[in-house]
Design a protein around this ligand. Structure first.
Ligand code: CA
Length: 234
């Protein structure tokens, strides 16, 4: 059973969230402050943590940092009223998997939790829907499909429609070797002006946005004489 820890001091948010998660088949642990949240996380090693930022005793960022220092691999969704971009970026840098801004709908939290767990290969009871994710994270990159942009290592880059389609395509085929012609057919479809060169050019552009060192890529790898392979790498 997938175990989720909810760390939230506001009872009016925590209680309905806990009830809903239990109703959806998750095993739920809860904490009202950061100290207790960290203690339970370290002791119970849950699959996922829904973590508020403004918490008594220890704030959410500090809890997350301590969890990651202890090598806990739980999927972490930050729940916070603080929607500022810096907080969001800081959350991802500390290793958060997704970020939900209050006030949120319970359905949104559930969908994002399920998508984040699915990305990490965890079990999600009763929820198959993964395709409709609004964002995706890999390495130091977080992609916001709705805003046509991504944040890599704290820097924001815009994405063209085609770059976004291509990135989404690679994300769905994590670890697969893909031939240029196949990528062209799948992503460009019947657009007759596209050639395998078009694919190469778009890969180069994506690398400049997602790779720390575009000439020595970690995620978008060239497979000599064949095409490309995308690796999410956590
Ligand atoms: Ca709070």
């Amino acid at each position: 059973m997938t175990r989720v820890l909810v760390v939230e001091d506001e009872r009016s948010i925590r209680m309905p969230l806990v009830d809903l998660l239990r109703a959806k088949g998750y095993e739920v642990l809860e904490a009202e402050d950061g100290e207790a949240g960290l203690e339970i996380a370290l002791r119970e090693d849950p699959d996922a943590v829904l973590l508020d930022l403004m918490l008594p005793k220890r704030d959410g960022f500090s809890v997350l940092q301590a969890m990651r220092e202890d090598r806990l691999t739980a999927t972490v969704l930050i729940l916070s009223a603080r929607g500022a971009e810096m907080d969001r970026i800081q959350g991802f840098e500390y290793g958060a998997d997704d970020y939900v801004v209050k006030p949120f709908s319970m359905a949104e939290v559930l969908a994002r939790l399920a998508a984040a767990l699915a990305r990490k290969g965890g079990a999600t009871p009763g929820i198959q829907e993964v395709e409709d994710v609004k964002g995706a994270s890999f390495g130091k990159v977080h992609v916001d499909f709705e805003a046509y942009s991504l944040v890599a290592d704290g820097r924001r880059h815009g994405l063209s429609r085609r770059e976004m389609d291509l990135l989404r395509y690679f994300l769905r085929r994590d670890g697969e070797t893909l031939e240029r012609a196949q990528i062209m057919d799948d992503v460009w479809g019947p657009d007759e002006t596209a050639t395998t060169r078009t694919v190469d050019n778009h890969v180069l552009r994506l690398r400049k946005k997602i790779e720390e060192r575009p000439d020595d890529p970690r995620h978008l790898i060239t497979v000599h004489r064949v095409g490309y392979r995308f690796l999410r790498r956590g």
